[in-house]
Design a protein around this ligand. Structure first.
Ligand SMILES: Nc1ncnc2c1ncn2[C@@H]1O[C@H](COP(=O)(O)OP(=O)(O)OP(=O)(O)O)[C@@H](O)[C@H]1O
Ligand SMILES: [Mg+2]
Length: 301
Protein backbone atom coordinates (compact mmCIF):
# COMPACT_ATOMS: atom_id res chain seq x y z
CA UNK A 1 0.00 0.00 0.00
CA UNK A 2 1.18 3.47 -0.85
CA UNK A 3 1.23 6.00 1.98
CA UNK A 4 -1.23 8.84 1.61
CA UNK A 5 -0.38 12.06 -0.22
CA UNK A 6 -2.01 14.01 2.56
CA UNK A 7 0.06 15.27 5.41
CA UNK A 8 -2.29 14.19 8.17
CA UNK A 9 -3.63 10.67 8.47
CA UNK A 10 -6.42 10.19 10.95
CA UNK A 11 -7.40 6.80 12.34
CA UNK A 12 -10.97 6.46 13.50
CA UNK A 13 -13.20 3.62 14.55
CA UNK A 14 -15.00 2.09 17.47
CA UNK A 15 -13.36 1.27 20.79
CA UNK A 16 -10.73 -1.46 20.91
CA UNK A 17 -10.61 -2.36 17.21
CA UNK A 18 -6.93 -1.51 16.81
CA UNK A 19 -6.80 2.20 15.93
CA UNK A 20 -3.71 2.86 18.02
CA UNK A 21 -1.99 -0.26 16.67
CA UNK A 22 -2.69 0.69 13.04
CA UNK A 23 -1.76 4.32 13.62
CA UNK A 24 1.54 3.27 15.21
CA UNK A 25 2.38 0.82 12.41
CA UNK A 26 1.67 3.53 9.83
CA UNK A 27 3.82 6.01 11.74
CA UNK A 28 6.67 3.49 11.70
CA UNK A 29 6.34 3.07 7.95
CA UNK A 30 6.44 6.84 7.36
CA UNK A 31 9.45 7.17 9.64
CA UNK A 32 11.20 4.30 7.83
CA UNK A 33 10.67 6.20 4.59
CA UNK A 34 12.65 9.07 6.07
CA UNK A 35 9.80 11.37 6.97
CA UNK A 36 9.81 13.36 10.17
CA UNK A 37 6.74 11.93 11.87
CA UNK A 38 4.59 12.90 14.81
CA UNK A 39 2.06 10.43 16.13
CA UNK A 40 -0.44 12.19 18.30
CA UNK A 41 -3.12 10.64 20.47
CA UNK A 42 -6.21 12.45 21.59
CA UNK A 43 -7.60 9.49 23.43
CA UNK A 44 -8.55 10.28 27.02
CA UNK A 45 -6.96 6.97 28.01
CA UNK A 46 -3.80 7.07 25.93
CA UNK A 47 -1.89 3.93 25.11
CA UNK A 48 0.71 4.95 22.53
CA UNK A 49 3.37 4.81 25.17
CA UNK A 50 2.33 1.25 26.05
CA UNK A 51 2.16 0.12 22.46
CA UNK A 52 5.57 1.49 21.56
CA UNK A 53 6.75 0.12 24.89
CA UNK A 54 8.70 3.26 25.63
CA UNK A 55 9.06 5.39 28.68
CA UNK A 56 7.42 8.72 28.59
CA UNK A 57 9.99 11.31 29.47
CA UNK A 58 8.55 14.64 28.54
CA UNK A 59 5.39 15.68 26.83
CA UNK A 60 6.94 14.84 23.50
CA UNK A 61 8.51 11.41 23.59
CA UNK A 62 11.25 10.52 21.12
CA UNK A 63 11.02 7.01 19.65
CA UNK A 64 13.78 7.50 17.10
CA UNK A 65 15.55 10.29 15.22
CA UNK A 66 12.47 11.12 13.23
CA UNK A 67 9.54 9.61 15.13
CA UNK A 68 7.88 11.45 17.98
CA UNK A 69 4.95 10.55 20.19
CA UNK A 70 2.64 13.10 21.71
CA UNK A 71 -0.17 12.21 24.05
CA UNK A 72 -2.52 14.99 24.91
CA UNK A 73 -4.50 14.57 28.10
CA UNK A 74 -8.01 15.85 28.66
CA UNK A 75 -6.71 18.47 31.05
CA UNK A 76 -4.31 19.76 28.45
CA UNK A 77 -7.05 19.87 25.87
CA UNK A 78 -9.15 21.82 28.35
CA UNK A 79 -6.33 24.26 28.96
CA UNK A 80 -5.67 24.79 25.28
CA UNK A 81 -9.34 25.22 24.60
CA UNK A 82 -9.53 27.74 27.39
CA UNK A 83 -6.63 29.73 25.95
CA UNK A 84 -8.00 29.78 22.46
CA UNK A 85 -11.76 29.96 22.72
CA UNK A 86 -12.61 30.30 26.37
CA UNK A 87 -12.92 34.00 26.80
CA UNK A 88 -14.96 34.69 23.73
CA UNK A 89 -17.40 31.90 24.31
CA UNK A 90 -17.64 32.97 27.91
CA UNK A 91 -18.60 36.43 26.79
CA UNK A 92 -21.49 34.99 24.89
CA UNK A 93 -22.67 32.67 27.62
CA UNK A 94 -22.20 35.10 30.45
CA UNK A 95 -24.56 37.44 28.73
CA UNK A 96 -27.29 34.86 29.26
CA UNK A 97 -26.25 33.29 32.55
CA UNK A 98 -24.57 34.70 35.62
CA UNK A 99 -21.58 32.37 35.97
CA UNK A 100 -17.95 32.63 37.14
CA UNK A 101 -15.33 32.16 34.43
CA UNK A 102 -13.59 29.11 36.01
CA UNK A 103 -16.88 27.39 36.71
CA UNK A 104 -17.91 28.12 33.17
CA UNK A 105 -14.78 26.54 31.64
CA UNK A 106 -15.09 23.46 33.86
CA UNK A 107 -18.74 23.20 33.02
CA UNK A 108 -18.45 23.62 29.32
CA UNK A 109 -15.46 21.34 28.77
CA UNK A 110 -16.94 18.57 30.87
CA UNK A 111 -20.50 18.74 29.70
CA UNK A 112 -20.15 19.14 25.97
CA UNK A 113 -19.17 15.86 24.40
CA UNK A 114 -16.89 16.32 21.44
CA UNK A 115 -15.58 19.70 22.48
CA UNK A 116 -12.18 18.17 23.05
CA UNK A 117 -12.33 16.74 19.55
CA UNK A 118 -13.25 20.06 18.06
CA UNK A 119 -10.29 21.57 19.78
CA UNK A 120 -8.06 18.75 18.65
CA UNK A 121 -8.97 19.37 15.03
CA UNK A 122 -7.89 22.95 15.51
CA UNK A 123 -4.75 21.93 17.35
CA UNK A 124 -3.74 19.43 14.66
CA UNK A 125 -4.49 21.98 11.95
CA UNK A 126 -2.04 24.35 13.63
CA UNK A 127 0.55 21.59 13.92
CA UNK A 128 0.14 20.84 10.21
CA UNK A 129 0.49 24.51 9.27
CA UNK A 130 3.59 24.88 11.45
CA UNK A 131 5.52 22.52 9.14
CA UNK A 132 7.36 21.04 12.11
CA UNK A 133 6.62 17.55 10.76
CA UNK A 134 6.38 15.95 7.34
CA UNK A 135 3.63 13.71 8.56
CA UNK A 136 1.16 13.73 11.39
CA UNK A 137 -0.52 10.48 12.37
CA UNK A 138 -3.59 11.15 14.42
CA UNK A 139 -4.87 8.40 16.69
CA UNK A 140 -8.37 9.44 17.73
CA UNK A 141 -10.54 8.53 20.68
CA UNK A 142 -13.24 5.91 20.12
CA UNK A 143 -15.91 7.42 17.93
CA UNK A 144 -19.01 8.62 19.61
CA UNK A 145 -20.19 11.98 18.61
CA UNK A 146 -16.64 12.89 17.59
CA UNK A 147 -17.37 15.47 14.99
CA UNK A 148 -20.86 16.45 15.98
CA UNK A 149 -19.75 19.48 17.85
CA UNK A 150 -18.12 21.06 14.86
CA UNK A 151 -21.61 22.12 13.93
CA UNK A 152 -22.57 23.65 17.27
CA UNK A 153 -21.41 27.22 16.59
CA UNK A 154 -23.28 27.18 13.33
CA UNK A 155 -26.46 26.02 15.01
CA UNK A 156 -26.09 28.61 17.70
CA UNK A 157 -25.50 31.24 15.07
CA UNK A 158 -28.59 30.22 13.16
CA UNK A 159 -30.61 30.31 16.31
CA UNK A 160 -29.39 33.75 17.24
CA UNK A 161 -29.92 35.01 13.74
CA UNK A 162 -33.58 34.08 14.01
CA UNK A 163 -34.11 36.20 17.08
CA UNK A 164 -32.10 39.37 16.55
CA UNK A 165 -34.44 41.59 18.44
CA UNK A 166 -34.11 39.70 21.69
CA UNK A 167 -30.37 39.24 21.52
CA UNK A 168 -29.45 42.69 20.34
CA UNK A 169 -30.77 43.95 23.66
CA UNK A 170 -28.52 41.70 25.67
CA UNK A 171 -25.60 43.50 27.22
CA UNK A 172 -22.11 42.06 27.39
CA UNK A 173 -19.89 42.61 30.42
CA UNK A 174 -17.00 45.05 30.45
CA UNK A 175 -14.73 42.68 28.49
CA UNK A 176 -16.06 43.43 25.08
CA UNK A 177 -18.38 45.67 23.23
CA UNK A 178 -18.48 43.31 20.28
CA UNK A 179 -21.95 42.19 19.36
CA UNK A 180 -22.72 38.60 20.26
CA UNK A 181 -23.36 37.73 16.65
CA UNK A 182 -19.87 38.90 15.73
CA UNK A 183 -18.28 36.72 18.35
CA UNK A 184 -20.29 33.68 17.38
CA UNK A 185 -19.60 34.50 13.74
CA UNK A 186 -15.87 34.29 14.46
CA UNK A 187 -16.38 31.01 16.23
CA UNK A 188 -18.33 29.73 13.21
CA UNK A 189 -15.62 30.63 10.75
CA UNK A 190 -13.07 28.85 12.91
CA UNK A 191 -15.25 25.75 12.75
CA UNK A 192 -15.45 26.15 8.99
CA UNK A 193 -11.65 26.37 8.78
CA UNK A 194 -11.44 23.14 10.73
CA UNK A 195 -13.95 21.38 8.50
CA UNK A 196 -12.08 22.60 5.42
CA UNK A 197 -8.86 21.29 6.90
CA UNK A 198 -10.46 17.89 7.55
CA UNK A 199 -11.82 17.85 4.00
CA UNK A 200 -8.65 18.76 2.17
CA UNK A 201 -5.63 17.93 4.29
CA UNK A 202 -6.63 14.89 6.30
CA UNK A 203 -6.72 11.35 5.02
CA UNK A 204 -9.29 9.42 7.03
CA UNK A 205 -8.80 5.72 7.63
CA UNK A 206 -11.47 3.69 9.37
CA UNK A 207 -10.30 0.75 11.41
CA UNK A 208 -12.78 -2.02 12.01
CA UNK A 209 -12.97 -5.73 12.83
CA UNK A 210 -14.91 -8.42 10.96
CA UNK A 211 -17.82 -8.65 13.40
CA UNK A 212 -21.48 -7.80 12.87
CA UNK A 213 -21.64 -4.97 15.41
CA UNK A 214 -18.50 -3.32 14.14
CA UNK A 215 -19.73 -3.45 10.56
CA UNK A 216 -23.09 -1.95 11.53
CA UNK A 217 -21.41 0.81 13.45
CA UNK A 218 -19.28 1.61 10.45
CA UNK A 219 -22.38 2.53 8.51
CA UNK A 220 -23.16 5.22 11.05
CA UNK A 221 -19.59 6.44 11.07
CA UNK A 222 -19.65 6.78 7.29
CA UNK A 223 -22.94 8.67 7.44
CA UNK A 224 -21.54 11.05 10.04
CA UNK A 225 -18.42 11.80 8.05
CA UNK A 226 -20.44 12.21 4.87
CA UNK A 227 -22.67 14.70 6.61
CA UNK A 228 -19.64 16.93 7.08
CA UNK A 229 -18.50 16.33 3.52
CA UNK A 230 -15.49 14.33 4.66
CA UNK A 231 -14.09 11.47 2.65
CA UNK A 232 -12.90 8.21 4.04
CA UNK A 233 -10.12 6.83 1.86
CA UNK A 234 -9.40 3.42 3.30
CA UNK A 235 -10.69 0.73 5.59
CA UNK A 236 -8.40 -1.45 7.65
CA UNK A 237 -10.04 -4.69 8.74
CA UNK A 238 -8.10 -5.80 11.77
CA UNK A 239 -7.97 -9.14 13.61
CA UNK A 240 -8.62 -11.27 10.53
CA UNK A 241 -8.06 -14.96 11.23
CA UNK A 242 -5.72 -16.44 8.66
CA UNK A 243 -4.55 -19.77 9.95
CA UNK A 244 -7.08 -22.31 11.04
CA UNK A 245 -6.02 -25.19 13.28
CA UNK A 246 -9.24 -26.06 15.06
CA UNK A 247 -12.97 -26.31 14.54
CA UNK A 248 -13.37 -23.29 16.75
CA UNK A 249 -11.11 -21.20 14.56
CA UNK A 250 -12.72 -22.46 11.38
CA UNK A 251 -16.16 -21.45 12.59
CA UNK A 252 -14.82 -18.09 13.64
CA UNK A 253 -13.12 -17.52 10.33
CA UNK A 254 -16.25 -18.47 8.39
CA UNK A 255 -18.16 -15.81 10.28
CA UNK A 256 -15.45 -13.28 9.69
CA UNK A 257 -15.47 -14.00 5.98
CA UNK A 258 -19.15 -13.07 5.76
CA UNK A 259 -18.42 -9.67 7.31
CA UNK A 260 -15.31 -9.09 5.24
CA UNK A 261 -17.33 -9.83 2.10
CA UNK A 262 -20.04 -7.36 3.23
CA UNK A 263 -17.46 -4.63 3.76
CA UNK A 264 -15.83 -5.28 0.39
CA UNK A 265 -19.16 -5.19 -1.36
CA UNK A 266 -20.48 -2.11 0.39
CA UNK A 267 -17.30 -0.06 0.16
CA UNK A 268 -15.94 -1.37 -3.12
CA UNK A 269 -14.75 2.12 -4.09
CA UNK A 270 -12.34 2.34 -1.14
CA UNK A 271 -8.98 0.80 -0.42
CA UNK A 272 -9.65 -2.15 1.88
CA UNK A 273 -6.77 -3.83 3.73
CA UNK A 274 -6.89 -6.87 5.96
CA UNK A 275 -4.63 -7.23 8.97
CA UNK A 276 -4.21 -10.69 10.51
CA UNK A 277 -5.02 -11.47 14.09
CA UNK A 278 -1.68 -12.12 15.75
CA UNK A 279 -1.43 -14.78 18.45
CA UNK A 280 0.12 -12.23 20.80
CA UNK A 281 -0.68 -8.66 21.69
CA UNK A 282 0.99 -6.08 19.52
CA UNK A 283 3.44 -4.39 21.86
CA UNK A 284 6.87 -2.99 21.16
CA UNK A 285 8.52 -1.91 17.94
CA UNK A 286 9.24 -5.45 16.68
CA UNK A 287 5.61 -6.51 16.85
CA UNK A 288 4.49 -3.21 15.39
CA UNK A 289 6.85 -3.89 12.55
CA UNK A 290 4.96 -7.12 11.81
CA UNK A 291 1.76 -5.12 11.46
CA UNK A 292 3.59 -2.53 9.40
CA UNK A 293 4.86 -5.25 7.06
CA UNK A 294 1.41 -6.73 6.48
CA UNK A 295 0.17 -3.30 5.41
CA UNK A 296 3.10 -1.91 3.50
CA UNK A 297 5.23 -4.92 2.60
CA UNK A 298 8.61 -6.12 3.74
CA UNK A 299 10.77 -3.89 1.59
CA UNK A 300 11.01 -1.16 4.17
CA UNK A 301 12.52 -2.31 7.39
N1 LIG B 1 -3.99 -7.66 14.70
C1 LIG B 1 -3.88 -7.80 16.01
N2 LIG B 1 -3.54 -9.01 16.53
C2 LIG B 1 -3.45 -9.20 17.84
N3 LIG B 1 -3.67 -8.25 18.77
C3 LIG B 1 -4.03 -7.03 18.32
C4 LIG B 1 -4.14 -6.74 16.93
N4 LIG B 1 -4.49 -5.44 16.78
C5 LIG B 1 -4.60 -4.95 18.03
N5 LIG B 1 -4.31 -5.89 18.95
C6 LIG B 1 -4.34 -5.74 20.41
O1 LIG B 1 -5.66 -5.36 20.76
C7 LIG B 1 -5.66 -4.41 21.79
C8 LIG B 1 -6.42 -3.15 21.36
O2 LIG B 1 -5.73 -2.53 20.29
P1 LIG B 1 -5.62 -0.93 20.18
O3 LIG B 1 -5.21 -0.37 21.49
O4 LIG B 1 -4.79 -0.63 18.99
O5 LIG B 1 -7.14 -0.58 19.89
P2 LIG B 1 -7.82 0.87 19.88
O6 LIG B 1 -8.86 0.85 18.81
O7 LIG B 1 -6.79 1.93 19.79
O8 LIG B 1 -8.50 0.88 21.30
P3 LIG B 1 -9.17 2.16 22.04
O9 LIG B 1 -10.48 2.38 21.34
O10 LIG B 1 -9.33 1.66 23.44
O11 LIG B 1 -8.21 3.30 21.88
C9 LIG B 1 -4.21 -4.15 22.12
O12 LIG B 1 -3.87 -4.92 23.22
C10 LIG B 1 -3.47 -4.62 20.88
O13 LIG B 1 -2.17 -5.10 21.19
MG1 LIG C 1 -6.44 3.63 21.04
Amino acid sequence: MKISDRKVIMFAGKGGVGKTTCASATALQCANCGERVLIVSTDPTPSLIDIFNIEMTKKLTVVSDNLFVLEVSEDEIKEMWDRKFGEEVYEVFSSFVDIEYDVFVDFITSILPGLGEEFMVDYIRELAISNAYDRIIWDTAPLGQTLGLLKVPEMLYEHLRMAPRIYSHLKLGGMSKRPILDIIGGWCSLSEDNIEFLKHDVDIIIVTIPEALAVEQMERVFAEFKHFGLNISKIFINNCIEEVDSKFMRTKREQQMVHIATIKERYAHLGIYEIPLFPVEVRGIDRLNDVRATLFGEANS
